[in-house]
Ligand binder design. Structure first.
Ligand SMILES: N[C@@H](CCC(=O)N[C@@H](CS)C(=O)NCC(=O)O)C(=O)O
Length: 221
């Protein structure tokens, strides 16, 4: 029995929802899932009735007889990291943790060209590959970030592991929709480190489960 309920949007479309969902799934944190469809006539009404921001995702925590609602993907992930310190959802070493927070913040507040021109379409592959309007600049920056993290933090003797900072962290969850976009709109020219990282994230069981969910939601429409 869990006291956390994460409300998300359509799995094929909702990139912000994927982030905390993947974080909690991959980390083995139990939660109940609720969905609000984003492309229905009553979507806006449902969102405004249920979500503090009128957007998904949001997290409800049943706590001491109260219902605490946390909204915005990054705030949700920070909250979960504090609730479950044993899951170590940020790197332990302070410099790596500060860089991980920079890397996550850059995604949360940036890459608007990539997010606008290449909207997440999780189940799709082989879509037109437009790199105009700043998209290539965003791809190049993400490639540089992933490559640096893998070389400097991911592969060092202390952390080991295949993720950006060695072990799985919020920085990985926040880039998961970019991995999906690179699969949908590829081929994308990435370094060997970034290519291996993209393929590893896309093959995670939790990413596969999200994709299965997206396909079954589409089949029911
Ligand atoms: N900054 C927010 C962005 C959330 C967001 O834009 N969610 C989209 C779905 S991916 C949404 O709820 N769209 C519904 C709408 O705009 O009406 C976060 O990080 O959670």
């Amino acid at each position: 029995m869990t006291d956390l309920t994460l409300t998300i949007g359509d799995k094929n479309l909702s990139s912000w929802s994927l982030r905390p969902w993947l974080l909690m799934k991959h980390a083995g944190i139990p939660f109940k899932e609720e969905n609000i469809g984003l492309d229905r006539p009553d979507s806006k009404k449902n969102l405004n009735e249920k979500s503090p921001s009128g957007l998904v995702p949001f997290l409800m925590h049943h706590r001491n007889g109260r219902h605490v609602k946390i909204w915005d993907s990054l705030a949700i992930m920070e909250y979960v990291a504090e609730l479950f310190p044993e899951k170590r959802l940020w790197p332990e070493e302070d410099e790596a943790r500060a860089i991980a927070r920079s890397v996550a913040a850059e995604m949360h507040s940036g890459f608007s060209a990539l997010r606008t021109v290449w909207p997440m379409a999780f189940t799709r592959t082989g879509l037109t590959h437009l790199t105009t309007g700043g998209v290539q600049r965003d791809i190049d920056r993400i490639n540089a970030l992933w490559t640096r993290c893998r070389k400097e933090f991911g592969q060092n003797a202390n952390s080991g592991g295949e993720f950006l900072f060695g072990s799985f962290s919020i920085a990985d969850a926040i880039y998961a929709p970019v991995v999906s976009r690179f699969v949908t709109y590829g081929p994308v020219d990435l370094s060997p480190e970034a290519t291996a990282y993209r393929d590893m994230i896309f093959a995670l069981p939790a990413m596969k489960e999200w994709g299965d969910g997206a396909r079954s939601e589409i089949a029911k429409k």
